[in-house]
Design a protein around this ligand. Structure first.
Ligand SMILES: [Zn+2]
Ligand SMILES: [Zn+2]
Length: 674
């Protein structure tokens, strides 16, 4: 008999979940699980990372990428070659209702996934954000279900679980004995629980609704035991099926101490202070270490056979499906009924006449060969409209009298871009190679890579370019993109030392300053990542420039961390790379063919009070979305300021500029005093 983890939070449940997706995969291998669901809080942003982590986990529990050194052997163990453990993913979400109680939703199939996208987009609308969290009242949520979801409620913290205590729910979390918990159960519990279950069954479909019985924390959290007993009773009364459930916030039992750092961080307090002033719903984390992905033997022992069997029924109902896709480009509106490809060719011909002068027929031949090859590649890959869209907003900006960057990096290696006015420099005299700009060799039938065209705009006018694009393609089809802030070396050690109150703030500062910024050692970190599947700035510092940290931590003769703060450094290293905050990508925007909230989970961006595409850049591209890079460059503003004053005597740069492009500010975070 096998348990199946269906209630799992990753670090995309920001500051609530600890687990990086590859750690979830690793834990599933260790515990022998062949199916795992992801149910982050109000978010499905981690879905694509989760899918690839499960797909790429070897039977040795390491990720595929660290098998790619010599002869495909794993550098983390003695594994000879990559053999997929083949864990089936189920995508889901833990939605909040208007009282911030949760309900677990699992997508049964691809329609279920699409409906999850629509529901998360809806829940993230500004008017539904409560206490910084996306919410949806149950009937609204159920409207998106359309028989494509499994719905689970019942544990402490869920709508049905909490209802059992009514007004006394906060007290219930805190109580210390089963009798105390029982005394807090509302008098009319029989009636209200049965009624509430009926409501869920009606809203989501009787066969789609399950009651989650959570016993992993029953001994340590008395309220949880009281809830579990009532849920089992109510199941018999209503005919609802029960499943064994474990709300997992960290992969392994031993990770609970790292998870507590997040809880303290979220509450802006320390380990010693939080015990005295605990938010009720965090209380269980200090009583039970069982909010992990549990061992199979342990959990099947405390549940009935039926509660385990029902998990396997859900597993059979949920099918496997693919959510990755080729880029879907919006069609550019071409004049004279021309097709995308023909219009691109026409613009190239126009540019050819305007921009090129040949001194010999040999020279002309070089250009002719080049443009043929480029157009062939781009048209075959279906990228004509991508170029038309970029050329159009460049032309619009130039027509406003603004200067644009000449084209940067590999983007300058494309003759098409030069001819149609995306870039300003002819790649051929400069010997710039097209294949470095776009390598069609990387394309496969299911995966077309997109070119990377960065366009530099005056910083002050970037929002206006975006406004133009929004008006042209539709406000609901254009959006900024999410980024997530993670604990980096300095932030991780600062957080760990502060939360433990390990030393004075001055000393914390001294330690943190001895660790370099990530950007300055990015090559080393990349090598570390390739070899071990994870990189750590703190570990790299100790290994390479550890002298200044020696009083606190060092690596001893047997290669272990040593010194008075070794344990804390180890914890900080584990914390590195964990997501902790949400921000907005500085330059990239998404332009979509369809309404974004239907095809991409949208996320609320509180800084601009707007919805942004709720998956990170690479995940968006893997999901078939196309990203365009609009960079704001202040240098151009300066250059233009001079020109404008000379030419027109009127400084157009005087427009207000108050656009914050990236809210993730690590310095600010580090200086946060506890
Ligand atoms: Zn392996
Ligand atoms: Zn291995």
């Amino acid at each position: 008999m096998k348990f199946i983890p269906l209630h799992v939070h990753s670090h995309y449940s920001l500051l609530e979940g600890l687990s990086k997706p590859h750690k979830i995969a690793q834990r599933c291998v260790a515990a022998g699980y062949k199916t795992c669901a992801l149910t982050d809080k109000g978010s499905i942003s981690g879905s694509i990372s989760f899918l690839s982590a499960l797909k790429d986990v070897c039977v040795c529990s390491h990720q595929k990428n660290i098998h790619q050194n010599k002869k495909g052997k794993c550098s983390g163990c003695k594994c000879e070659e990559f053999i997929s453990h083949q864990i089936k993913p189920i995508l889901g979400c833990s939605f909040y209702n208007e009282y911030l109680e949760d309900v677990i939703i699992l997508a049964k199939d691809k329609d279920g996934w699409t409906n999850l996208i629509k529901a998360t987009s809806e829940a993230n609308k500004p008017e539904l954000i409560k206490d910084n969290k996306p919410t949806l009242p149950l009937p609204f949520l159920a409207n998106f279900s359309k028989n494509s979801w499994i719905c689970i409620s019942g544990h402490l913290g869920s709508g049905i679980g909490n209802l059992i205590f009514g007004e006394s729910i906060a007290e219930a979390y805190l109580c210390k004995s089963y009798d105390e918990a029982k005394s807090l159960v509302r008098e009319d519990w029989k009636r209200v629980v049965v009624e509430e279950i009926g409501k869920y069954q009606e809203l989501f479909g009787k066969e789609n609704f399950y009651l989650g019985v959570q016993l992993v924390d029953a001994k340590q959290v008395p309220a949880s035991e009281a809830v579990a007993k009532i849920i089992r009773w109510a199941a018999k009364k209503t005919g609802a099926k029960c499943i064994a459930s474990c709300n997992s916030f960290y992969p392994d039992k031993q990770d609970d101490s790292d998870h507590r750092i997040l809880v303290c961080n979220r509450n802006k307090t320390t380990l010693s202070k939080i015990e005295h002033n605990m938010p009720p719903k965090d209380y269980p984390f200090w009583r039970s270490k069982n909010y992990c992905i549990p061992d199979n033997d342990y959990i099947i022992d405390i549940h009935t056979e039926e509660e385990i069997n029902n998990l396997n029924i859900i597993n059979e109902i949920c099918s496997s499906y693919n959510i990755l896709g080729k880029p879907v480009l919006p069609l550019f509106d071409c004049p004279d009924g021309l097709s995308q490809d023909d219009y691109l060719k026409k613009l190239c011909r126009d540019g050819w006449k305007k921009k090129l002068r040949f001194s010999s027929s040999d020279e002309r031949q070089v250009y002719t060969d080049r443009i043929k090859r480029e157009l062939d590649t781009l048209v075959t890959a279906g990228l004509s409209s991508y170029f038309l869209i970029v050329a159009d907003y460049c032309e619009w900006a130039r027509n406003q009298g603004w200067l644009l960057g000449p084209g940067r990096g590999s983007g300058a290696g494309c003759l098409v871009s030069y001819l149609i006015g995306i870039t300003d420099a002819d790649p051929i005299p400069a010997n710039l190679i097209f294949e470095r700009f776009y390598n069609a060799g990387r394309n496969t039938p299911d995966r077309i890579s997109l070119p990377d065209i960065d366009t530099d705009f005056p910083q002050a006018y970037r929002p206006l370019v975006k406004e133009y694009i929004r008006n042209k393609y539709g406000k609901d089809r254009v959006a900024d993109m999410i980024t997530f802030g993670t604990y980096k070396g300095r932030g991780a050690i600062t957080t760990v030392l502060s939360v433990h109150e390990a030393c004075s703030f001055d000393e914390i500062k001294k330690i943190s300053k001895a660790i370099p910024q990530e950007a300055s050692i990015s090559d080393h970190l990349q090598l570390m990542l390739e070899a071990h599947g994870e990189s750590s700035t703190i570990l790299w510092t100790l290994q390479n420039i550890g002298a200044s940290l020696r009083d606190w931590c060092f690596i001893n003769e047997v290669g272990e961390l040593d010194g008075p703060m070794a344990k804390l450094f180890e914890q900080a290293i584990r914390l590195e790379g964990t997501k902790k905050s949400q921000g907005k990508h500085a330059s990239g925007i998404i332009i979509s063919k369809e309404r974004l909230s239907d095809v991409c989970p949208m996320a609320y961006d509180k800084n601009d009070d707007q919805l942004i595409a709720g998956m990170e850049m690479n995940d968006l591209e893997a999901g078939g979305h196309t990203k365009y890079d609009l960079l704001g460059v202040t240098l151009i503003d300066k250059v233009m300021g001079i020109q404008n004053r000379v030419r027109t005597g009127n400084n157009r740069n005087a427009l207000p500029v108050s656009y914050i492009h990236n809210v993730d500010n690590d310095e600010e975070f580090e200086d946060e005093a506890y």
